[in-house]
Design a protein around this ligand. Sequence first.
Ligand code: PMV
Length: 329
Amino acid sequence: MKATAVAHPNIALIKYWGKRDEERILPANGSLSMTLDGLCATTTVEFGARSEDSAQLDGRRMEGGGLSRIVKVLDLVRVKAGIDARARVVSKTNFPKATGLASSSAGGAAIAMAASRAAGLDLDPRELSILARRGSGSACRSVMGGFCEWLPGKAEDGSDSFATQVAPPEHWPELRMVAIVCEDEPKRVSSTEGMRRTAATSPYFEAWTRTADSDLESAREALLRRDLGALGAIAERNSWRMHAAALAADPPLCYLKPRTLEIIELIEGLRAGGLQLFFTLDAGANPVLLCLASAVPRVEMRLGSFGADLKAVAACPGSGVQAIDRHLF
Ligand code: PMV
């Protein structure tokens, strides 16, 4: 009863920010993302005769919130498979340290596949996406590769809230996301708490969800016609609106740092000079750039002026979660 899966993180072009159901992790709005090649999380799950579930991530024993999210996925798998055995979970990422990249999206998709297979289940992509969602919302979009949309759904039980593939990686192989690591301090307020606070106290939350839905429509169309100028502009606008809603929460949530704004100014300067270059910002200080492969060397050269401690990781559209035979233990 052992299985291993590999998954890649995804970065949202249209953000998920706010839940309509905390327990089932159902979003207030739809979102759209690109799954990133190169970076990956590998997870092995084994069910067996042991007294409790345990999990290890990159050599460190997991506890607290991280462990409870894993146990939640394991519990759902146990119910579906009709088993009672406890699990050992070992996970490894190849992310450069503190990239601020959405590691929970890759980890959530990998554990959903590894745990369900280890329990003898053969879930289809939709069921897998629903399971991954229960570990971490954004993980439902890493089940599939390329460009994915998370349908918010309407059903109370969350059965219609899962991700579907809008386009495979081959749709736009020359598109790049460049994750910039300019700050390596962990964020002070988690996404879960940030969303909760924004939804409960920000007077702009209603406007955020309304505009996110229309942004999603236009972003999907721009993506399908490979229109980087339009897609980049919508993605930037959408991430500013998410941060604006968060800034207006009580107490306010500011994820940006001085260096975030310096990098944004650099991007705007390069764009004014004719380069097609855009950014998006998750709930953190590190921007992720959007451009074509041909622009990456110039962008990296200009980022060099920020000093040697700044890291840039470029990724093309990657594949969805996959089962592999090489177990971690
Ligand atoms: O899935 P979570 O709980 O890690 O939340 C992700 C939230 C954002 O990264 C800010 C947006 C998104 O859609 O990925």
